[in-house]
Design a protein around this ligand. Sequence first.
Ligand code: CU
Length: 301
Amino acid sequence: MNKTGFEGQRDIRMTICTKLSTGFMIMAFAVLGLFSGTASAQNDPQPWQMNFRPPATPVMEDIIEFHNLLLVIEGLIVIFVLGLMVYIVVKFNSKAHPVPTKTTHNSFIEVLWTVIPVIILIIIAVPSMKLLFFMDKAPADQVEMTLKVTGHQWYWSYEYVDEGELTFDSNMIPDEDIDISKGQVRLLEVDNRVVLPADTTVRVLMTAEDVLHNWAMPSFGIKMDTVPGRINETWLRVPSAKIGVYRGQCSELCGVRHGFMPIVVEVVSKQDYARWLVKAKQEFANNSGHVDVVQNVTNIR
Ligand SMILES: [Cu+2]
């Protein structure tokens, strides 16, 4: 994906905003007594994690920058309003100021407190709309492959649209079968991971078979409803520097096992992906069309 026109502005914004917002964050964490050092380099969710997971796609990087910009603006507003309130409480309490003034209007200030918020909203709206359009769809000429995601009660199925009949289901591995030594994470591990190549623009199409689900991948900046009878579209591109395992979950209440349909995406090099494709085509050869897998009935605590 070529860098877009707002990359330059983004860099400048990022330097200022990131510095300021990091300052705000450190202040906030210090106040809460929860500051626990720099963010972990791992992609998995961490205990007591307070910040975003490391971004893996340009969309998530932009979301974090936009968040940083908002945090600075909000922080300044909060400090300003708090300052005003403290000023009023100190200066105009009944002891310090026993005879109240009868002032009711000040046209100049009224114009200011209308115009300034409008300007602030415009400052927010411009990058917000740019980001919305950027994350909406990858330009058609840059799409290199398509992944179709289907939500079911209560598992996901994936279809590699450009690879003929390659389709499989992805079920959560129950607690008793989790093998921590293999890096498996309880409630966040599946039997068949989605495997995607790095440095590839992937169009992701989403739908559902039964009820609303939501394919949410925090590191990719994706959280999109899968809707029966509709196809929703988004995209992702993970650079080869960020090859790794990424985890997400269904994020739309979809029934009793809603909490037990995790998503695991393994981003690998193009060569490894080609090797995986050959293997997967054999392994899932009988899955032509959709095959319902009988759910493992397990007692999940
Ligand atoms: Cu669901």
